[in-house]
Design a binder for this molecule. Structure first.
Ligand code: HGY
Ligand code: MN
Ligand code: MN
Length: 402
């Protein structure tokens, strides 16, 4: 818990936690995590996509690894536990296994990914996907709001982006992936239980929308003659919410970021940029909603004589976790005396990327009132403790069964 507090102090914004991919704060957090991995007896390397990877050899050096990971990048004004808990829990588990001199058949690796939230660049899961070899070079051209590309940001931290290829792991190097993560929902608290195995992760898509109207003088342009980009965008946002609501518990749709230009009190807004985040456990439901949203945006644009561009820059299919690994996580939860519950995940995770190549599963940890992506995010020491003990149990079982 002290390490999570310390990690939360490494931020772009003193007084709150914001740590975006490839910022100096991310680089400092990487160094701190690397130091803790070394203290746990792991050898540590940082790859060309700024993944921090600690390794504890098994009985025979060079054996396939049980990979434990999560992310150390955060959203804006974030909580302390989203992502960071999974990395610290992995280090604690490796430390305990090393301390008892456990001679496992597998190596244990712990990885701290840096681009899970996708907040700085219009990218998605670049660091975890770089292990699976599915990141294409042109994705590193994506630029942040200041026009800095992923490639330039990597170079600024001393990583040659052409090292992308070296990040990909060979199939046989990894035997399984486990991720410990806060639930970011209210179910475990409602059930009075600390842990759950995750069976599947909702599919998600993210769009960037640009609404272009006509900037004008707020005092002189008659209402009937306006092409007000913000009024149009506001109607679009409510349409998106209406479509999301119609999907019941199988759909969520969110406009999380909206920028008005030129954003002056006496200027009719000429341009608005906003994002749309659509998710569902069923891909056909999500894709249907994306189509309905696209249609609704076009309709409002036509009625209001504004122009529209909408680009989907992120799309991940709903991802089932590996049944055998899920079963092992459930056994491990039972072994530490908690009720072996199963939950689906509404939030996205690095496990979606890793599951494309290797058997993967996740373990949720109760968080207070289900609050996340919010500085009020919190867990108890007892739940962190039982989570690490369950993680160690799962690693032992996987070591024998894989
Ligand atoms: O957006 C998500 O689901 C994750 O927190 N990046
Ligand atoms: Mn997360
Ligand atoms: Mn998150």
């Amino acid at each position: 818990m002290a390490r999570l507090e310390a990690l939360a102090g490494i931020t772009e914004t003193p007084g709150s936690l914001t740590r975006r991919f490839l910022t100096p704060a991310h680089a400092s957090a990487m160094e701190q995590v690397a130091a803790w991995m070394r203290e746990a007896g792991m050898s540590v390397r940082i790859d060309a996509m700024a993944n921090v990877i600690g390794r504890l050899e098994g009985e025979t050096p060079g054996a396939p690894a049980i990979l434990i990971g999560s992310h150390i990048d955060t959203v804006i004004d974030a909580g302390k536990y989203d992502g960071n808990l999974g990395v610290i829990a992995g280090i604690e588990a490796a430390d305990a296994l090393a301390a008892e001199g456990a001679r496992l058949r597998h190596a244990v690796e712990v990885v701290a990914f840096g681009d899970e939230e996708g907040v700085r660049f219009p990218s998605h899961l670049l660091s975890s996907r770089s292990l699976t070899g599915t990141v294409r070079g042109k994705e590193l051209e994506a630029c942040d709001a200041d026009g800095v590309s992923v490639k330039a940001a990597l170079a600024a931290l001393g990583h040659a982006a052409d090292g992308l290829k070296q990040c990909a792991r060979k199939e046989r190097e990894i035997a399984a992936y486990l991720e410990v993560h806060i639930e970011q929902g209210p179910v475990l608290q409602a059930k009075g239980q600390p842990l759950a195995a995750v069976t599947a992760i909702n599919g998600a898509a993210r769009m960037r929308v640009r609404v272009t109207g006509m900037a004008g003088h707020a005092g002189t342009v008659p209402m009937a003659l306006r092409q007000d980009a913000l009024a149009a965008a506001a109607q679009m946002v409510l349409e998106i919410e209406r479509i999301g609501r119609k999907g019941g518990n199988r759909l969520v749709a969110t406009v999380g970021r909206l920028e008005v230009r030129p954003s002056a009190p006496n200027v009719v807004p000429g341009e608005v940029l906003f994002t749309v985040d659509v998710r569902s456990p069923v891909d056909a439901v999500r894709r249907g909603a994306q189509e309905r949203i696209a249609g609704a945006l076009e309709k409002v644009a036509a009625e209001r004589c504004v122009t529209l561009t909408a680009e989907t820059y992120y799309e991940m299919a709903a991802t089932a976790m590996d049944r055998r690994i899920v079963a092992t996580v459930l056994e491990a939860i039972g072994a530490v005396g908690a009720e072996p519950l199963s939950l689906a995940s509404g939030a996205g995770h690095d496990a979606m990327a890793i599951a494309q190549r290797w058997p993967a599963a996740m373990m949720f940890v109760r968080c207070k009132d289900g609050i996340s992506h919010n500085p009020a995010e919190s867990i108890t020491r007892e739940d962190a403790d039982i989570a690490v003990r369950a993680l160690i149990e799962a690693v032992r079982r996987l070591d024998r069964s894989l």
